[in-house]
Design a protein around this ligand. Structure first.
Ligand code: AMP
Length: 434
């Protein structure tokens, strides 16, 4: 079996890797590190949990160590779609680079005060980890000297494009020296992300790793309606076997509702979504990491990059709208080689989405039932051929499902958990950022 020694990494990095408790490189690390150290452009397809961050961070540090000049001009830029992921990557840069006293790095993310970021840039850094919007702000104000930048990473590039960062990314890359090395990671190379890859990488080596999810047990519980779904959720989170859990909701509002209800029921639950100030988002993730909170109810965007080893369960209260998100979500459990459980609460209207997910995964997700809470409805209600079920005029239907009340958006008033109604997915479908 290959060891980190076989990758010929500098001593200082081998020490911090050993201190992190890692002995063998993951497959993506074993394949990507030698090529990246040699300066090759790369297209990485590896899911979260594969160790892909170290696969580009270790080569960046190696190349910095090996270069003669240790000036404090930015040499590497790592772009990520979300603030959480940027902070997570920054933590890994610090972890692996802890022996390098001359190394300075800064995360430039939105929602954080400008002051500290400007001070760090003035003092000088070799590595910048950033979300596109905030980086562009600094670039426009000429606070970033890109002249020496020779390593660029676009992490989760597909997601950055999904989030509407295409113009920002183009503007950023156009301002960088052409002689740089470019490493991209993405779940797909079709469409816009393929175009970016063709435009900005030179003779890239493609490395695709399929992560074994065998250490994450996947289950589905079928739900008749929102009330039934909430009863099942209540039952699941009361299980003493459950360590820390992340519950995914489709909308910000639904995440608040679910977290409030869980708190009303005595659980240490918090919600996390993109409307919260960054400082608060960081504090919540820190509380989760420190064990001050057991359940985090989150939207997709906010939960990206969360790496808390004690998370044993991921519950999809609402199934993800994009199948790739499923993999990212369940990867929040079973971190660092542990086992995890991924639970899907699937309403009738979500069954086609569940099929899309299992087709994408090329595996089945086993149905489980809770005694006394078995689903009563086993197939979709019949509608006239060729006609979509739209419900009676003037009636509210949550998620377009019959017999389910639409979430009215009113907070206030403590209700028993199972009285709460499901999240309003149509809110998210209308293009509201979650
Ligand atoms: P990532 O896919 O980069 O988000 O990493 C997933 C998790 O694996 C993180 O908690 C890393 O710290 C951890 N990790 C990275 N490399 C290794 C390795 N070689 N052996 C064990 N764990 C690792």
């Amino acid at each position: 079996m290959q060891t980190f020694n076989d990758l010929h990494l500098p001593e200082a990095l081998l020490k911090s890797i050993t201190d992190s408790g890692y002995t063998t490189p993951t497959p993506i690390q074993a394949q990507a590190i030698p090529l990246a150290v040699a300066g090759r452009d790369l297209q990485l397809s590896a899911q979260t949990g594969s160790g892909k961050t170290a696969a580009f961070v270790l080569p960046i540090l190696t190349r910095l160590i090996e270069s003669e000049q240790k000036s404090k001009r930015p040499r590497a830029l790592i772009l990520t779609p979300t603030r959480e992921l940027a902070l997570q990557v920054h933590e890994q840069v610090r972890k692996y680079g802890k022996e390098l006293k001359w190394l300075f790095s800064v995360p430039l993310v939105g929602g954080a005060p400008y002051g500290g970021q400007i001070r760090a840039l003035k003092k000088g850094v070799q590595i910048i980890i950033a979300t596109p919007g905030r980086l562009l702000d600094h670039m426009r104000d000429e606070r970033i000297d890109c002249g020496a930048l020779d390593m660029l990473v676009l992490d989760e590039a597909d997601r950055m494009l999904d989030m509407g960062f295409a113009d920002d990314i183009n503007a950023i890359i156009e301002a960088l020296p052409e002689t740089r090395q470019t490493i991209m990671s993405s779940a797909t190379w079709d469409g816009a992300v393929g175009k970016i890859a063709r435009r900005y990488t030179r003779e890239p080596e493609r490395i695709a790793i399929k992560v074994e999810s065998a250490h994450i047990e996947e289950k589905v519980y079928f739900c008749d309606n929102a009330e039934h779904k909430n009863q099942i959720l209540e039952h699941l989170v009361a299980d003493p076997e459950m360590g820390q859990a992340i519950i995914f909701a489709a909308t910000k509002r639904a995440s608040e509702e679910i977290a409030d209800s869980l708190r009303d029921n005595g659980f240490r639950a918090r919600y996390l979504h993109g409307d919260l100030p960054q400082v608060k988002r960081n504090r919540i993730v820190e509380d989760l990491r420190k064990g001050k909170c057991d359940i985090l109810v989150a939207t997709d965007v906010a939960a990206r990059g969360i790496d808390v080893p004690a998370i044993s369960h991921v519950i999809n209260y609402d199934l993800p709208r994009q199948v790739e998100d499923y993999v990212h979500r369940i990867g929040r459990s079973g971190r660092a080689g542990r086992t995890g459980t991924a639970i899907n609460l699937c309403s009738l209207a979500d069954r086609s989405q569940l099929s899309a997910i299992t087709r994408y995964l090329e595996r089945k997700i086993e149905e489980h039932r809770i005694a006394g809470l078995e689903p009563k409805v086993t197939s979709k209600p019949k509608t006239k051929p060729g006609k979509k079920f739209r419900g009676a005029p003037g009636k509210n239907y949550g998620n377009g499902k019959p017999g389910e009340k639409k979430f009215d958006g009113k907070r206030g008033g403590k209700k028993p958990f199972s009285d709460r109604k499901g999240g309003d997915r149509s809110y998210a479908r209308k293009g509201n950022r979650v």
